[in-house]
Design a protein around this ligand. Sequence first.
Ligand code: NAP
Ligand code: GLV
Length: 309
Amino acid sequence: MAILLDPAGYGHSPEAWLASFQRELPDMEIRLWPDSPAPEEIEFVIAVRHDPALLATYKNLRAVLAMGAGVEQYTSPGMPDVPVVRLEEPSMSSEMAAYVTHWVVHFQKRMDVHRDNQARPVWQTEPYTAADHYPVGILGFGRIGKRIGGVLHDLGFPINAWSRTGNFEPWAESFAGPEELGGFLSASAAVVNVLPSTKATRKLMDADRFAQCRPDALFINLGRGATVDETALLAALESGQIGNAVLDVTDPEPMDLNNPLWSHPNVRITPHVAGFTVIGPASNVIAANIRRILAGEEPFPLVERGRGY
Ligand code: NAP
Ligand code: GLV
C-alpha cells in the first residue's frame, strides 16, 4: 500500500515535497506523480489537485489529503465517495492576515495618494480615517477569516464577520446568511472576501451586492475568483461605488489579458500569493492526519461534500 503525492510544483519543487513527506512518514512508501504505483495499491493521495476520474479508479483509496485550504477541485460530481481532508495550517492563515493588513492599512492611511504625490514630487499630508472608525468586514469567517479579523482587531479596526452559520467571536459583529449580507456590506468601509468557491457562493458579489457596499468602499478578494462577478465589480469601480479593489484571485487564473481590470488605476492584482502552503508545517499536519486514519481516528477538518467546503 502506498501514498501517491501530486504536488504540481506547489511553492516548492516536487522533489522537495517528496523529501519532506518522507521525513514525516519514514515507514510508508510515497510515490511522486506521475510515477504512480498500481491503482489498487494507492491508499492515500496527497495533492493540490488530482483528476477525480483518476481518483475513482483507486479502489483501495482511504482519503484525499488536500495540499491547500480551498477544495472546490474535490467536490465535482465525478469525485469518489472518500473522505477529503482540507489543509488547516496556522502559518498559512498568518500569511493571509499579513496580506490583508498590508492592503487595508495602505488604503486606510491613503498610501495610494502618497505614492502619487511622491511621483510629482509633492510633500503633503493627507487626512485619513482612524482605524477605530474604519470597520473591516470579513466575508467568510472560518479559520483564515478569523485570523485576519483577529489581527486587524488588535490594530484597532472594528470587525464585521459574515458567515453561513453566524460564527461567534466576542470582538466581531456577527452577520449570517443572505438576509444579513446587505447590513454587513453597508456597515463595512473595507470588505475582505475569503469565501470558498461553492454553488452557494458563486458570483455572490454581484451588481446588487456591490450596490449595498458603502460608497468608495475598499474590496479585497483573496478567497476565490468565482465568488465575484468581475463585470459587476468593474462597473462598481467605474461608478465610484467601489473605491479600490485588490484581487489576489480571479476567474479564470490568470485573468484574461484583455480584461480591463488589469489596467484599471484603482485595481491591484497579485497572482494568487496572499497565502501559500508552507512546506514544513503543511507536511507535518498532513502526515498527522494520515497517522490518525491509520490509527482508526478521524482526520480534520473533513470536507462536507453537500455544502462544498
Ligand atoms: P473555512 O474554515 O472552511 O471557512 C469558510 C468560511 O466561509 C466559514 O466561515 C463559512 O461559514 C463561510 N461560508 C461558506 N459558504 C458560505 C455561504 N454560502 N454563506 C456564508 N458564509 C459561507 O475555510 P478557510 O480555511 O478559512 O479558507 C477559506 C478560503 O480561502 C478557501 O476555501 C480558499 O478558497 C481561500 N484561500 C485562498 C488563498 C490565497 O492564497 N488566496 C490561500 C488559502 C485559502 P461557517 O463558518 O458558517 O461554516
Ligand atoms: C490556496 O489558494 C489554497 O486554497 O490553499
